[in-house]
Design a protein around this ligand. Structure first.
Ligand code: FE
Length: 335
């Protein structure tokens, strides 16, 4: 059974002995470097080993195919739609935990206990320090204004981060207005969408565009990379808001699988990840926003400014994903 677990995964880190009883198996869409330090700290504290299978795609299909025999206990991923798609596929089970209910605000967890947020991140504007004035962009709606013609860079509109942002636009203004906005944004692009969020900041640094859309924590990643630090230093972060709301946030989260062979330990890990120590590691090492009340973002993250998160429930954004994808394709955003 464990062999199957290792061969299908695109990459695997084994930290323990296979079939050892004190272990937890995790399927993750999150990159190794982001969760490894956390899992290592948990293992050190509890003696429970964690095996991680990093998957680039097909996580739901894999769980469905494995059924009751799946070795996976937990699913870790970013983006509310991805998390929700695991739940909707029927491969998770409900967890009732006083600890998690206390540590995670209700809007960041499933009322039925099938998914729990672990951290949040804002989708914000990276703006050229040289070519963008203070106050020049304050809302997401602004991005469709013709004053930005030829000045914006972004990754693909069909990327899950951008789909969630467009879902927010639909939630605030309806599908028709959201589609107009997407059209306007597309018309303002300096180039065809390509690359990740970091590549857009590089394009600002090189003068190709003046602003880009990206997640907050990439600023920390850029600053910690000696080859990318200059890109980060050419921009500042602006927290745009919706005209009738706040700044768009998304999450990283976790769910217990239906088959979970190591359920008790898996819940122990879930609870630990929402606790003080883990939330601090998330904040410090990953530059994400902790969800636990009383845990604060790192000094660096705080220095970017005050985040006022939008109030549209995250699950609403997941439900709007099909509409968001449709209008993104209809405007030919990535063409
Ligand atoms: Fe990311």
């Amino acid at each position: 059974m464990f062999r199957a677990f290792t061969t299908i995964a695109t990459m695997l880190t084994l930290t323990g002995t296979a079939m050892h009883s004190d272990e937890i198996n995790v399927y993750s869409y999150r990159q190794p470097e982001l969760i490894k330090p956390l899992f290592d700290a948990f293992s050190k504290e509890t003696g429970i080993d964690i095996n991680i299978a990093f998957l680039k795609k097909g996580l739901v299909e894999k769980l469905l195919a494995e059924g009751d025999r799946s070795p996976a206990d937990l699913v870790v991923t970013v983006d509310i739609s991805r998390l929700n798609s695991v739940v909707e596929a029927g491969v998770t089970q409900s967890v009732s935990s006083e600890i998690m209910n206390k540590n995670i605000p209700s809007k960041f967890r499933d009322p039925d206990g099938h998914w729990f947020g672990l951290t949040s991140r804002a989708r914000i504007i990276y703006a050229s320090k040289e070519r963008v004035l203070d106050g020049e962009v304050t809302t997401y709606e602004d991005l469709a204004s013709s004053k930005w013609s030829g000045r914006i860079c972004t990754r693909a509109g069909t990327n899950s981060y951008n789909l969630a942002l467009t879902s927010s636009m639909i939630a605030h203004h309806g599908k028709v207005e959201a589609k107009k906005w997407l059209h306007g944004l597309k018309d303002n692009l300096a180039r065809k969408p390509s690359g990740n969020d970091r590549a857009q900041v590089k394009a600002i640094w090189s003068g190709e565009c003046d602003i880009s859309i990206g997640n907050t924590y990439y600023m920390k990643k850029l600053l910690s990379n000696k080859d990318q630090r200059a890109w980060a230093e050419s921009v500042r972060i602006i927290f745009p808001k919706f005209e009738n709301g706040g700044t768009h946030v998304n999450l990283s989260g976790i769910a217990l699988t239906k088959a979970a062979p190591n359920k008790e330990n898996a819940i122990k890990l879930m609870e630990w990840l929402t606790g003080e120590d883990a939330q601090e590691i998330y904040a410090e090492k990953n530059g994400e926003y902790p969800l636990r009340p009383g845990s604060n973002p790192s000094e660096l993250v705080s220095s970017w400014g005050k985040l006022t998160p939008d109030t549209i429930p995250l699950i609403t954004l997941a439900k709007l994903r099909p509409d968001s994808l449709r209008i993104t394709e209809e405007v030919g955003f990535d063409e």
